[in-house]
Design a protein around this ligand. Structure first.
Ligand code: NAG
Length: 377
């Protein structure tokens, strides 16, 4: 998630981002088993000059980065020549410290323990460093972060129990142009909650190209995935991706069967249009960013990040997709499991007002230390 969010945010800001693999091959498996394809191998990067070298966290990923001599050389040169380098989550302690690129253990301890919870905000500070405050603000607006400053506004209408037989099984269809942050966030959070997730490509290749250029390798083709039943089918957003999902005949049939079988389906932001086309949504209420939602349905729930209407779950957009995935976990397994998954992400869920105030204080201190306060409204 960190790598994908970072790549996405920097590309939106206009940076040219090279994703380099330190493995012998370009295809790498991320923390929750999601596969992505790097642009190039690290050895092809050693002669190039970069404005920023950024290391994502995650274990054992950070240790794999640490053990790569070529990357160590590149990062050390970056430091010697006083260009930017950055690290997230486990990477400062596991990677930079043994390389001698952090001044002390104390400095490592003062790094945020993990960036997940406020990932877009802290990642925004990379944009801020490279491009300045104005671009950082613009990118924050695109990521809809202006909406994420208060409670997770979740609304449930016509409450229905979401049941499943053995394991909860979820299908996540993807297409070229699907929003990669949404794909990675949903997969990672659901898999952490022990949900079986199948990522299925509606394209002619299992490899798809996310909206910001990340290449994701799906588990299956949609045709192969269609042989099974799923407790939930959830569509990621991204406008171009949604248009392509809508053209899939297999997906259309799957969604119709899902509706007829009384099973659950959901959508993030622009893919609500796919559900509206392919399923019967009369009398259903939903949420999506106004840019998308107002054109689609008259009966949108305004001001909600997540709306659950019986067997339909919808999400406002990119900035609330983490809460969306946690809401799915809550519906399947209850609050306890959602909380423990959220705690694994260092994200209190949901937080009481007082806890949130305390968290904000701590965050503010960290930000002052990291020099990123100006980024946050
Ligand atoms: C979709 O993306 C994949 C992976 O980058 C690419 O090989 C394929 O040609 C793309 N398909 C279309 C129809 O653009």
């Amino acid at each position: 998630m960190e790598a994908v969010i970072l790549i996405d945010v920097l590309r939106r800001a206009g940076a040219e981002v090279t994703v380099a693999s330190v493995e012998p091959q370009l295809e790498i498996e991320a923390a929750a088993g999601t596969k992505l394809v790097a642009d190039t191998s690290i050895s092809a990067c050693s002669a190039e000059l970069f404005d920023l070298v950024a290391l994502p966290g995650g274990m054992p990923g950070s240790a794999r980065l640490r053990d790569c001599e070529v990357l160590r050389g590149i990062t050390s040169k970056q430091a010697d020549e006083e260009r930017l380098y950055g690290a997230i989550c486990a990477a400062p302690a596991v990677t930079l410290l043994p390389w001698g690129l952090l001044r002390s253990q104390k400095e490592a301890d003062h790094m945020p323990p993990c960036i997940h919870g406020q990932a877009p905000h802290l990642l925004g500070s990379f944009v801020d460093q490279l491009f300045g405050e104005t671009v950082a603000k613009e990118v924050a607006e695109i990521l809809l972060m202006d909406t994420s400053d208060d409670d997770c506004r979740k609304e449930e209408l016509n409450p229905t129990e979401w049941s499943f037989e053995h394991n909860a099984r979820v299908l996540l269809p993807v297409a070229n142009g699907s929003e990669e942050i949404e794909v990675f966030t949903i997969v990672e959070i659901l898999r952490r909650a022990n949900v079986e997730v199948v990522v299925a490509s509606v394209e002619k290749s299992v490899q798809i190209l996310g909206s910001q250029g990340t290449r994701i390798v799906a588990d299956k083709f949609i045709g192969d995935a269609a042989r099974f039943d799923y407790d939930l089918i959830v569509l990621p957003g991204g406008r171009a991706g949604s248009d392509r999902l809508q053209k899939s005949k297999v997906l259309k049939k799957l969604l119709q069967e899902q509706g007829e079988g009384g099973r659950i389906y959901g959508a993030v932001c622009s893919s609500l249009s796919v559900l509206r086309e392919l399923c019967r949504l009369q009398d259903k209420r939903a949420t999506a960013h106004p840019r998308v939602g107002n054109k689609l349905m008259n009966d949108m729930v305004n001001d909600a990040n997540i709306v659950i209407d019986g067997r339909l779950i919808t999400c406002y957009g990119l900035s609330t997709v983490m809460d969306f995935a946690l809401a799915i976990v809550t519906k399947f397994f209850g609050h306890g499991r959602a909380r423990s998954v959220a705690e694994g992400l260092v994200l209190e869920y949901p937080r009481t007002w007082r806890e949130r105030e305390r968290e904000r204080e701590r965050e503010r201190e960290r930000e002052i230390m990291l020099g990123t306060l100006k980024f946050k409204p």
